[in-house]
Design a protein around this ligand. Structure first.
Ligand SMILES: [Zn+2]
Length: 657
């Protein structure tokens, strides 16, 4: 067990030499030397899980049954979760492919387990001893019931076939985007305005054109800075068409399968099937929420577009009436206006936020707020860029969790930002959580927007890492999905706080402090463009709800109609839904959750309004929200933290600002 002293000494060493002393709590991350070794680990994991299921089937439904059920799930998590991550981050495609095949088998194992009548029967006989166990039994029973255990035998079999097929198609959809590895050739002369470090070291084709990928550190600066509209359009269209016709067909099949799946349960559509387990409870409430947001944002979106169009007319010297704002103009003129009007240039932040120190900074925020410590530990992981941290309690030195961090882009790697929970907590058997934070940062340093993204992901990481639930199945990754983004979205705001930014000097005494004026301006500039951005998120959420409430889903027709009804319209021959992996996968009928969580996030922020680093409020937040995972419904956790019922006032006030 590491003591408190070396942890304090080690706290500034992020990115520097690894500290030898402490070890990572919990098992080491598995190493897979080849696709064959991964497949053999997959075989033995599945065989072991099958044996454990057999043993549990013989277990009496007594007071120890829930623990035994939780042990089974924990062992499944240990065997399958690292492979789910490997599928998305391993540099070797053969290993990623083997991992994909393995997660497929685990999904099938899960759908069989979900229909295990013996286990479901035993669960229903278990007598919960308190509120935590009541919630646990309810959650587990819903899992069985949603897998079809209570259906008539023929329907049960259909349900299993369908859910296996859904898992298979969703995987194919994601893999096609991840492995497409689209490279768009652009002549150097056409990159005017784009910072050199974005393209200078990129490969070239035979004609000397720069080959640009669609990862965010490449795509965003082009959309924001390329002076030539044709360059922006080229990249924008490539991104819109990621996934192609093949993915459109997959999405159509997924939507139909999910609709049919809901019908098996006597429900009208898949949105109602999903949402009856969420904070909103049904698709009608979700629709009402989305229309409230629409009403709040509509005028603001039109105003933003008018301003952007005006900026374009002035920039190009064209008459306003003859100037049309295209979709690939939005980021460009938003950034341009932010630069001109507020003197805010995202690129200008990079020198102040070096990549490694930015990671140390967001960790320092979590340390200060939540009373924890990060200590870098040497570990051999899936790529040399990846580093490991032990997370411990600052006061007691008690080891709490492990966090892996994979900061930089590379070929074949998941190209957005996300946290993979690898292990969930269980205080019952001292099981400590582990998670992996995966982002794609610019090695030269971060813009303020990217720093915000990093902090968002830290919010997910601490939600996993600070779970202290009795049962591992109640860990944070199992909270209701329209709440899961709230802890991460809450933190996004912290990067605009000058007091918070002062912590940068602690992790990087040699760094020049970011000037207060730049942050003040950035905060004002942030509100500009909020209408367009919120309206876009709203369109995604409304589209997702429409796709999963309609009887005859046609993803492309629905999209062109819905996008066509927005002020900027639909751009002919683009296929946005083909790249919308969220709603092909786990966010199906749940994309609204980003906006819904944001309502809760704004409400959570009210407790930190005087001091975002307040350790007393932070400790209460850690205890009443983060540590609780899914032991209680989110509404109850937030009530405990805020001392009142949650409401949407702060969210709508912010939208109006
Ligand atoms: Zn998130």
């Amino acid at each position: 067990m590491p003591s408190a002293l070396p942890l304090v000494l080690a706290a500034g060493l992020v990115g520097g030499a690894a500290v030898a002393a402490p070890s990572l709590p919990g098992p080491a991350f598995p190493r897979f030397a080849s696709a064959a070794s991964l497949t053999s680990a997959c075989d033995s994991g599945l065989a072991d899980a099958a044996r454990r299921v057999k043993a549990l089937e013989k277990h009496a439904p007594d007071s120890r049954w829930l623990a035994a059920w939780d042990d089974l799930n924990a062992s499944i998590e240990d065997a399958s979760a690292p492979i789910g991550l490997i599928e998305n981050v391993h540099p070797d495609k053969a290993i990623r492919d083997a991992a994909q095949a393995c997660t497929q088998r685990w999904a099938e194992f899960g759908s069989t387990l979900g229909q295990n009548e013996l286990l479901y029967g035993a669960l229903k006989k278990v007598q919960p001893r308190d509120a935590i166990e009541r919630e646990f039994v309810k959650f587990a029973a819903e899992g069985f019931e949603d897998s079809g255990v209570s259906l008539a035998p023929a329907d049960r079999q259909r349900a299993k076939q369908m859910s296996d097929r859904i898992a298979d198609l969703a995987k194919q959809f994601e893999a096609r985007i991840r492995d497409a590895n689209v490279k768009v050739p652009v002549a150097v002369a056409d990159l005017e305005g784009v910072p050199e470090d974005v393209w200078k070291t990129k490969p070239r084709d035979d004609a000397g054109k720069v080959l640009l990928g669609l990862d965010s550190p490449t795509l965003l600066p082009v959309l924001q800075r390329a002076e030539k509209p044709a360059t922006r359009e080229l990249l924008w269209r490539a991104k819109q068409n990621e996934g192609g016709e093949a993915n459109l067909a997959l999405l159509a099949e997924l939507a139909q399968l999910r609709r049919d799946y809901a019908h098996l349960f006597g429900l009208k559509n898949f949105a109602d099937f999903q949402l009856r387990r969420r904070m909103v409870e049904n698709s009608a409430t979700a629709a009402r929420f989305l229309s409230d947001v629409q009403a709040a944002v509509q005028a603001r979106e039109v105003r933003d577009i008018d301003e952007l169009r005006d900026a374009k007319a002035r920039h190009l010297g064209t008459p306003l009436a003859a100037t049309r704002l295209e979709r690939w103009d939005v980021s460009f003129y938003t950034e341009r206006l932010r630069r001109d009007r507020y003197s805010v240039d995202q690129e200008a932040f990079r020198p102040y936020f070096p990549a490694e120190e930015s990671l140390a900074f967001v960790m320092r925020i979590a340390e200060r707020m939540l009373g924890i410590r990060y200590t870098r530990v040497a570990a051999s992981l899936w790529h040399d860029d990846v580093r490991a941290f032990a997370v411990s309690d600052a006061k007691s030195g008690r080891p709490l969790a492990t966090l892996y961090v994979d900061l930089y882009p590379r070929e074949g790697k998941y190209n957005h930002a996300a946290v993979w929970p690898l292990r969930s907590a269980s205080t019952r058997d001292q099981r400590v959580p582990q998670a992996a934070l995966v982002v794609n940062m610019n090695r030269k340093g971060l813009s303020l927007d990217e720093l915000e993204t990093l902090l968002h992901e830290m919010g997910h990481a601490v939600h996993n890492n600070l779970s202290a639930t009795r049962y591992s199945q109640q860990g944070s990754e199992n909270v209701q999905w329209d709440f899961v983004e709230a802890p991460s979205q809450m933190l996004e705001d912290w990067v605009y706080d000058k007091k918070v930014l002062k912590l940068f000097a602690e992790v990087c005494p040699a760094c020049r402090p970011v000037p207060d004026a730049m942050i003040d301006q950035a905060r004002v500039a942030r509100d500009f463009g909020k209408g367009v951005q919120t309206a876009r998120q709203l369109l995604y959420a409304t589209y997702d709800q429409a796709l999963y409430t309609t009887d005859t889903p046609d993803p492309m027709a629905l999209w062109s109609r819905m996008e066509g009804a927005t002020p900027l319209g639909y751009v002919a021959s683009t296929k946005f839904p083909a790249g919308f992996a969220h709603i092909a996968g786990g966010y199906a009928a749940g994309y609204y959750g980003y906006l819904y969580s944001l309502v809760v996030a704004h409400d959570l922020r009210t407790a930190f309004k005087d001091d975002r680093l307040d350790p007393v409020v932070g400790a209460r937040y850690r205890r009443t929200v983060l540590a609780q995972g899914r032991q209680l419904p989110p509404r109850e956790l937030v009530r405990e933290f805020l001392g009142r019922e949650t409401n949407s006032k702060a969210f709508f006030d912010d939208l109006a600002r």
